[in-house]
Design a protein around this ligand. Structure first.
Ligand code: ADP
Length: 358
């Protein structure tokens, strides 16, 4: 895959204070990078620089390998990029007029405008709202219109700044699913910033954890969630195992999923196909001694303890079962089980404890 957007030795200062310091980052064509971090981490500042809305104090942004400063036609570069913000900024007119605005500014003829607008309204499931005034839309509908207005321009690069922050969970989940479909269909390169782990997992091919203006770790969701490089990343990504798997069997509410050469059974009423992303919360992973296991849990694995981290009254146990697994246990049960790094035990979790993220 080719590099689409990259930065080198980037520093942004406001009033002499360093807000951002990213020595190296690359996003490949067709990839969705989610920049995940707490409020004030510098995410929005970074996004403004990547989308060329703001110039950095030092360093350079590269588009398809070329430094932006060397490109003569800046307007055509900008036209490949669109940004969608947290709050939909809509004109007080119909949905159709809102969505067609950008194409009209670019002097497309009426037939093309109509076809493109109708296409994107359909894709975002808001075709029935074409004649509705933007002032009458719900929050979720308004954000769909805002995305339609961006996507109708057929950008190559889409920048999203906390676009789901104000939406309730079902509205957000439906929108993320529809948007991800469009992103993959159109092979868009996407950079999304958010403070929400759920949003990052729902969207990302790659996750960059940002704090204090720096990227602390970058990798696949599996890498970042299961193998955090530092305690601060571990604290931020939480207590969940994330696994990439492939569906091998679907029957009566039970899925068989292959991951790292092992099988996991998952209770799930939907019928997903192909690749899936799974989440297992640490508190649902039960440990037992290797020689006395009696459990009805479907998923039972021989596991080696890789690392033990104390979180006060609980311990976070990193396990290797052929696939990585995180378990949370109380200090007391850890003592009873005589847990220590290198020891072999049995880890199990119920089929209902695994959720299919996407
Ligand atoms: P995030 O998007 O992760 O919440 P921001 O990029 O908005 O973080 O902000 C990072 C830091 O930079 C914050 O401390 C913020 O106050 C500061 N900051 C952002 N924009 C400006 C600005 N234009 N002038 C001065 N300080 C700013």
């Amino acid at each position: 895959m080719d590099s689409h957007l990259a930065v080198k030795n980037l520093i942004q200062k406001y009033n002499e204070k360093e807000i951002l310091n990213v020595s190296d980052l690359e996003v490949k064509k067709g990839e969705t990078l989610v920049i995940l971090g707490p409020n004030g981490a510098g995410k929005s500042t970074f996004l403004r620089i990547l989308s060329l809305l703001e110039k950095p104090t030092h360093g350079e942004v590269f588009l398809s390998g070329k430094p932006i400063s060397s490109l003569s036609d800046k307007l055509s570069v900008r036209r490949k990029m669109v940004m969608v913000f947290q709050e939909p900024l809509l004109f007080n007119t119909t949905v159709f007029k809102n969505v067609s605005f950008g194409l009209k500014v670019r002097h497309y003829n009426k037939a093309i405008v109509k076809a493109r607008v109708e296409n994107i309204l359909n894709k975002l499931e808001i075709a029935h709202l074409a004649g509705t005034s933007a002032s009458k839309l719900s929050g979720g509908e308004a954000q769909r219109v805002s995305l339609a207005r961006a996507l109708v321009l057929e950008p190559e690069l889409l920048f999203l700044d906390e676009p789901f922050a104000f939406l309730d969970i079902p509205t957000k989940e439906a929108l993320m699913e529809d948007l991800t479909k469009i992103i993959k269909e159109r092979k868009l390169t996407v950079i999304c910033v958010t403070h929400s782990r759920d949003e990052a997992l729902a969207m990302a091919d790659k996750i960059a954890i940002m704090d204090g203006g720096k990227i602390l770790q970058i990798g696949s969701p599996e890498e970042v969630f299961n193998f955090p490089v530092s305690e601060s990343v571990a604290n931020f990504v939480g207590m969940e195992t994330i696994l990439e798997g492939e569906i091998v069997e679907v029957q009566n509410g039970l899925l068989k999923i292959k991951t790292h050469g092992q099988e996991i059974e998952v209770a799930n009423d939907s019928k997903p196909e192909g690749k899936v992303l799974l989440g297992i919360r640490g508190e649902n992973v039960v440990l037992a001694s290797f020689n006395k296991v009696a459990t009805s849990a479907r998923n039972k694995y021989k596991a080696t303890i890789v690392e033990i981290i104390s979180l006060g009254s609980t311990l976070k146990i990193y396990l290797d079962c052929g696939f990585p697994l995180i378990s949370l246990v109380t200090k007391r049960s850890a003592e009873e089980l005589e847990l220590e790094v290198g020891k072999t035990i049995v880890a199990n979790f119920k089929a209902t404890a695994v959720h299919v993220i996407r």
